[in-house]
Ligand binder design. Structure first.
Ligand code: DNO
Length: 397
């Protein structure tokens, strides 16, 4: 695998030098400063590219390997008439990225929110800190803080009752914290909301159910994938995280069947997948090794991470990279086999780009302000373990 790490740009407390010293050759980044839907110009892309490559004459070279993400405007997700303008911008941004030599572009199609958690400081048995999602806490946000009309139908009576009970005992600090975690977005989410705007945005989805969102996704991919294919760019959709509907919003990229339908919607290699084991692995019905075999050459980018389901299986926390519910040995073995297949057939990149996704806040990072999930040392640990796993599997085959 091509080892990469995410870099949020010049303000990221983790530097390019850190990423280099973690042993990466690739950087995953995006022009987060550009509003969602606007064009990414060649100048803006080149400026970032130069930043990534600035020290390449003195040190081991880094390249901007992946865009994560080129975000999709909400009007496209909602299928509004204005979507065609945004789709034209999207196509142009893809062509511009190709001109600058950047050939892999990750995106997602989650309405309103990107990834979601309810706790950013969950203490692990070794004292490190992990991200966690607790269904009941999410219910508290939905029912008691947001007070979304009709939210009750999404929760069973026991959860509703305990959510209200727990809410009445929560400190104002914890209420603010929970609300901020959901509304202000986690790193990589491009939007921050107030409670009011958020409520309004959810309402705009009142008439958009599962079927409509799927149609809007397929419409989008049918427009952009052929353009990407011509430009030599691979698009790769990131699955929903967590992979299930939240806040009454549909989610359509959560299962093997969802991905299969999307792959069929535009049958070109450029219509591909970011295989995020962290997101897909939350659902026990996703058989990850089988999915790698099935989607094979459509996998253009890999996020390696695992969660651990808790007593209530809707709750999970992010585990050590090799110690969660995902059978990481089986996953990496399938990836190694896919790479061998590509090498034999002379197709695609034989080293699929991978990043260790998230990591625990640990060691020195416990005393620093870090981006949740994206502290340096936890990711370094994850990468080191995964690198060793890949080497061991490769040697033994
Ligand atoms: C979280 C990330 C997501 C991801 C986007 C891709 O850590 O995996 O924010 O980058 O959903 O579009």
């Amino acid at each position: 695998m091509l080892q990469t790490m995410r870099w949020f740009g010049p303000n990221d407390p983790v530097s390019l030098m850190d990423i280099r010293q973690a042993g990466c050759a690739g950087v995953v980044t995006a022009l987060h400063q550009i509003p969602v839907g606007d064009l990414w110009s060649i100048d803006a892309i080149n400026e970032r590219k130069q930043l990534v490559e600035a020290d390449n004459d003195r040190y081991s070279p880094l390249q901007w390997a992946i865009v994560e993400s080129l975000p999709v405007h909400e009007d496209i997700k909602k299928g509004r008439p204005t979507r065609d303008e945004y789709i034209e911008n999207y196509k142009e941004s893809i062509r511009n990225l190709a001109t600058c030599g950047i050939k892999t572009v990750c995106y997602n199609f989650m309405p309103v929110l990107d990834w979601s958690r309810t706790n950013l400081n969950y203490e692990m048995p070794d004292g490190s800190r992990a991200l966690r999602f607790v269904w009941e806490d999410f219910a508290i946000f939905d029912l008691c803080i947001l007070k979304r009309p009709g939210a009750e139908v999404d929760y069973e009576p026991e959860i509703i009752e305990s959510a209200h009970q727990k809410f009445s005992e929560m400190t104002p600090e914890r209420i603010a914290e929970l609300s901020n975690i959901v509304l202000l977005g986690l790193p990589g989410s491009e939007e921050a909301f107030t409670l009011d705007t958020f409520q309004g945005l959810l309402k705009e989805y009142a008439t958009i159910g599962d079927a409509e969102l799927r149609q809007n996704l397929y419409y989008f991919i049918q427009q952009v994938a052929p353009v990407a294919q011509d430009a030599g760019v691979n698009l790769c959709i990131h699955p929903d995280d967590p992979p299930r509907p939240l806040l009454g919003l549909p989610r359509v990229v959560s299962t093997e069947a969802d991905l299969a339908q999307l792959m069929d919607a535009s049958n070109v290699t450029a219509n591909g997948i970011t295989f995020c084991t962290g997101s897909l692995g939350i659902r026990p019905d996703n058989d990850l090794p089988a999915m790698i075999r099935r989607f094979g050459e459509r996998i253009h980018f890999i996020h390696l991470r695992t969660t651990k389901r808790e007593e209530d299986p809707r709750n999970f926390h992010e585990a050590d990279h090799l110690a969660g519910d995902v059978d990481m040995y089986a996953v990496v073995k399938e990836i190694v086999l896919e790479q061998k297949r590509r090498a034999q057939q002379g197709i695609g990149e034989t080293s699929i780009p991978m990043r260790p996704d998230h990591g625990h806040q640990m060691l020195d990072d416990l005393h620093k302000k870090t981006y949740p999930g994206y502290s340096a040392i936890g990711r370094l640990r994850g990468l080191a373990e995964l690198r060793g796993l890949e080497m061991g599997i490769e040697r033994s085959l």
